[in-house]
Design a binder for this molecule. Sequence first.
Ligand SMILES: O=C(O)CCC(=O)C(=O)O
Ligand SMILES: [Fe+2]
Length: 442
Amino acid sequence: MDAFLKGTKRKMPPASEETVDDDAESTDIKLAILASLFPNFSQEALLESLLAHDGSVEGATESLSNDSAESTKKPRARVVMGAQTSLRFFASDTPGAGGSPSPKKARLLSKKGTTLHLYDPDDIAQHTPCSIIHNFLPQNMANDLLREMLDESKTFEKMTFKLFDNVVSSPHTATFYVENEEELKRQKYEYYYNGARLTDVRTITPQLLRVKPLVQEGVNKEVQRRIQTVYPNGQKLKYQSPDDWKPNAAFVNCYNGPQENVGYHSDQLTYLGPRAVIGSLSLGVAREFRVRRMVPKDSDNNVAEDPDAEGQISIHLPHNSLLVMHAEMQEEWKHSIAPAQAIDPHPIAGNRRINVTYRDYRASLHPKYTPRCKCGIPAVLKVVQKRKENFGKYFWMCYGGYVPGKESCSFFQWADFDDDGNPSWDKERYRKTAVAAPKDTQ
Ligand SMILES: O=C(O)CCC(=O)C(=O)O
Ligand SMILES: [Fe+2]
């Protein structure tokens, strides 16, 4: 913590399998620290306090401690849904990361420091990297899965991660489900998350299995629709897999009460590969899913684009909604579940929200193939998000510094994928020279 307050560059470890900003001194990290110290404050209040103290966590902590004493005297806030502003004020056109232009539709810019609330599936598809299907599952199926996961979640645990020299818990609980016993063993003994092995991996439950084919079909339809209606020339993005999306793992998150949350992050690409697609099912209490586009800076620290693009968009996630995080999401945007001022209890789940993220782990990115760093653990796949130079380029790096009690060996290597996202060691599929030229124009 001391190193952080003095501004020493250190790496921030992520909660669960997420990757937080590569800039250790980012506002997100400061917010994560404040959120862990002041779980009853909204992200806005924490951000405001941080800004008021010129980014000093120490200053914000002091003033929030005073506010905290004050606020215990105030009545509790009611559930407030954000007002919808006319979308015309937020449109702009900007290029994307990953060497290919992003969706050709007008982008949405929410003004810095403001939150734009979207509810309508068409608005969400047009202005964010996501699409949403409301009332996705037959009602009984959704409720059965919710009941099953509520029961399972009684034994979910907070994921601990190292924050500089402290071990911190993520402010919600989660666990990981895979297809069968064999995969479970592989996940426990061969895969690494943030430089460490997972201890709680479970085999897929009957309801997760029952719902999976529906999610698979829904996600594939949405991906095709997006390619045809949003992506330039009606073609998939560079590095995006042309194969059908086939989920073989699920992370399940439980948010018990309004304050449980997950801070801004992008999901780790290590086993999903570039331009990953994720199917995310929400059950129980409705919460706000916030997305924020990354704005790269040049070497002089100037933002490359309109700084207003740093505002955030909130997507309302009611019970039984399927959110598809499309191929441009993890590279160019960050997402979070914001702490809520208050929530409407759900008839089955009470104060709890269950979120199931179905994921497609790629066989060619099994840790037996991926680069290992000098610490001897599989390296993590990341993408340049903050710098204009090399923006969208993939690289492998050491995650040792994220493991409690370990330091990073500073291993770094640019990653090499063909235009379909196949790694160079996948000799059967890797076809860089054959396809690179025509698809570069995408
Ligand atoms: O709860 C959610 O909707 C998002 C969870 C999430 O971002 C994650 O598991 O990586
Ligand atoms: Fe995530």
